[in-house]
Design a protein around this ligand. Structure first.
Ligand code: PLP
Length: 417
């Protein structure tokens, strides 16, 4: 089939496609799979019960049912949701925002597709500009989103050992090298895949650099505060006219409502709404109607603080303990400090195979993880570290995470140099 460059690029076999196919195949398989690969949020019974009760309420109230399913919203989003969220963010953080600073997209994945392409590629004057990812490894979902080849650039992070089994990545500010070819800076905080949370100092520095260079700072807050608040560090949430913040309802246990949120300066929101109109007409209303009352009365904050965060924190601590118990002393490994999100990022320093090969071997043993190499896009020079790490999701049932870790330990043990 003869396709355009866009068609060729976007239908190619990419890491994110492989991930989604693995997830789909595992979900539909009759065989037991240990799903430690994807980013599906956990099914937390107390949270599911909240959404189920709310759904029942909607079904018996005709006006709410109609509002949820029977109209196209404006391409910016549903007014009641936008207003409730603006008020929550203003009350919570003192941010100077109104509903005009918020736009809804069909998932934050789409939001970042719009943003990354609006700010990179060829400009009116013929100049080519890039998005800078200052802390690699970074979210696999961005890796193939650029319509124009070569419009992403990234920097290796600095690795600091915290103890003999824990490390943490930091931004190498000396090597950022911002020049006029950089059109925007993008980070996820907490970071998928590593569970890193950029410190307040790092974020403030990035914000200042962005402002000085008159370029936006994109912060992907899919796991951050105020919701879903899967963040274990005590940090500040910042927003200003130079920051474009991405949020999502997915990790509140609602990935299938496909609701992404962009918080930005009004002119950017107008542009996002315009793109949305072309691409989607409008975004789905289900997530917005489902969550509006909880955002309006602030209850969402309690749900996150009292149920969601403790749930993930406990699972993270437990998974780290199982790793330490199972890996033994002959495997030379270190785990990135778990500061948020749903993942543990493990670095193996003495394996005779790459983690891509390890991924294939584990898949044959019914354990799905993600090899690190997908998360190192945009680098100018190869970095061997990319073949030494894996991402493991700890959001699944305790039995599955424990059994999966046991199988990983057994398999990894075969390839110690
Ligand atoms: N950003 C990050 C960092 C993610 O991990 C994900 C999904 O896992 C997304 C964005 C996309 O989320 P969604 O499109 O479900 O809102």
């Amino acid at each position: 089939m003869n396709l355009s460059l866009f068609g060729e690029k976007f239908s190619a076999k990419t890491g994110i496609l492989e991930l989604m196919e693995d997830l789909g195949a595992a979900l539909n398989s009759s065989e037991k799979m240990y799903m430690l690969g994807g980013g599906n949020p956990a099914h937390i019974p107390k949270v599911n019960a909240i959404w189920q009760k709310r759904m029942k309420d909607i079904l018996i109230h005709e006006n709410q049912f109609n509002s949820m399913l029977t109209n196209y919203d404006s391409s910016q989003g549903k007014n009641t949701f936008l207003e409730a969220l603006a008020e929550l963010l203003h009350n919570q953080y003192g941010w100077d925002i109104t509903a005009n600073n918020i736009a809804i997209t069909n998932g934050s994945q789409s939001a970042f597709f719009f943003l990354l392409n609006m700010f990179s590629g060829t400009f009116k004057d013929g100049k080519k500009k890039k998005i800078l990812f200052p802390l690699i490894p970074e979210y696999i979902g961005y890796a193939d989103q650029n319509i124009e080849e070569g419009s992403f650039t990234s920097r290796k992070s600095i690795i600091k050992n915290i103890d003999d089994k824990t490390f943490k990545y930091f931004i190498d500010f000396e090597k950022l090298n911002i020049n006029e070819s950089i059109a925007a800076i993008c980070v996820s905080r907490p970071t998928n895949p590593t569970g890193n949370v950029l410190t307040d100092e790092e974020i403030n520095k990035l914000s200042i650099i962005a402002e000085e260079n008159d370029i936006p700072l994109l912060i992907d807050n899919a796991y951050g505060s105020p919701f879903p608040h899967i963040i274990f560090e005590d940090i500040n949430s910042i927003w200003n006219k130079n920051i474009i913040l991405g949020m999502s309802l997915s990790k509140l246990g609602l990935p299938s409502v496909r609701t992404g949120i962009i918080i930005a300066e009004e002119t950017i929101i107008k542009k996002i709404s315009a793109v949305n109109a072309i691409v989607s007409l409008s975004s789905g209303s289900i997530g917005q109607v489902l969550t509006t009352p909880y955002i309006k009365n602030g209850e969402i904050l309690q749900i996150c603080k009292n149920i969601i965060k403790p749930f993930y924190l406990k699972k993270s601590i437990q998974a780290v303990k199982w790793i330490k118990d199972c890996f033994g002393s002959n495997i030379d490994y270190s785990i990135h400090k778990s500061e948020g999100a749903l993942f543990l990022w493990i670095w193996f320093r003495n394996l005779s195979i790459t983690t891509k090969e390890l991924y294939k071997k584990l898949k044959m043993r019914k354990v799905l993880i993600l090899p690190g190499s997908y998360f190192y896009f945009g680098l100018e020079k190869p970095w061997e570290h990319k073949d030494e790490c894996i991402r493991l999701t700890y959001s699944q049932s305790s039995e599955d995470v424990k059994k999966g870790i046991e199988i990983i330990a057994d398999e990894v043990g075969k390839y110690v140099k």
